[in-house]
Design a protein around this ligand. Structure first.
Ligand code: TA6
Length: 291
């Protein structure tokens, strides 16, 4: 492995990160949360949004990039204790491997194992493995293994923040006709219409039972970003819009105009029940087309 391909170093807040530079792309991956904060194909604008006011501190979530959500999505159900979106995104992961894969790019695998702290919040022994391939396309895969003697139920997401020129002009396709839970309207269940999804207000929708790809057409930057996925039955679309953003200390004032989350997930009705000794894989592949 040549030095210029991948470099491990201390980043802001002293957080360990991998800085990756290949012929096809540049990227930055933090060990805390196995959090990819940057992926930029050559000759392209950054594809992931990262808030300039994001925290980079031990145990704090990073605002932007791809937070890994596990073992629950959103607020913990039934009033049980635990941080929003689970603990995987604020836990320190370990490097399992890092290697060059020729034209495909550079692959990094990070792992997280259950421990005393996780057992206090989640009743199940698990092993997580996050594999990311940095190239002209971005491939991400989250594998969950049940290492306990009993089945456990979990939710998960690759909570991807995509960067756009102006979200008010963007349109999302691939969710037409799907059922969704509208978290901005008392979790009411609704059906997505036949036309593309436009972001015209605070949007927080969990689309259920959908395995299709979702594309974001961005007329300002003249590009289409497509998120294809496997092993995922939910797609979450989120934009905090004006008011919610004002309440987020780690989001710059107009940051909401430059991002939309298209999240590859298994949440709510699509939560996974994993048998002892079994594993489940969820993957996303992101690519950009210029127009
Ligand atoms: O994925 C959408 C969502 O669940 C929203 O409800 C919103 O809370 C967002 O995630 C961000 O959550 P965070 O805990 O990172 O502030």
């Amino acid at each position: 492995m040549t030095q210029d391909e991948i470099r491990f170093e201390a980043g802001p807040g002293g957080l360990q990160r991998a800085v990756i530079s290949t012929t096809a792309a540049e990227a930055e991956l933090y060990l805390q949360g196995a959090h990819l904060v940057r992926w930029t194909p050559r000759e392209e604008r950054p594809v992931l949004f990262l808030s300039s006011k994001s925290l980079f501190a031990e145990g704090k979530a990073i605002r932007g990039g791809v937070p890994i959500i596990f073992p629950w999505f959103g607020a913990r159900a039934e009033g049980l204790p635990g941080p929003a979106h689970g603990f995987a995104r604020t836990s320190e992961w370990t490097v399992e491997s890092a290697r060059e894969c020729g034209d495909a790019g550079v692959e990094v695998v990070l792992g997280l194992q259950s421990d005393e702290a996780s057992r206090e919040l989640f009743d199940g022994d698990f092993r997580l493995r996050f594999r990311v391939m940095i190239g002209g396309e971005l491939e991400m895969e989250l594998e969950v293994s049940n290492e306990s003697g009993v089945p456990f139920r979990f939710e998960e997401a690759l909570h991807t923040y995509l960067a756009v020129g102006d979200v008010r002009q963007a349109s999302l396709t691939g969710l037409e006709g799907t059922e969704f839970v509208d978290k901005t309207d008392d979790f009411k269940r609704k059906k997505q219409g036949g036309e593309g999804l436009r972001i015209v207000k605070e949007t927080d929708q969990v689309h259920l039972n959908t395995r299709g790809a979702c594309s974001v057409w961005d007329p300002v930057w003249n590009r289409r970003i497509t998120v294809e996925k496997t092993g995922s039955d939910s797609t979450v679309i989120w934009n905090p819009w004006i008011e919610k953003s004002r309440g987020m200390a780690d989001m710059e004032l107009d940051g909401w105009t430059r991002m939309v989350c298209v999240e590859t997930a298994n949440a709510a009705d699509n939560a996974v029940v994993l048998a002892p000794g079994s594993s489940h894989k969820m993957a996303a592949r992101i690519h950009v087309e210029r127009h």
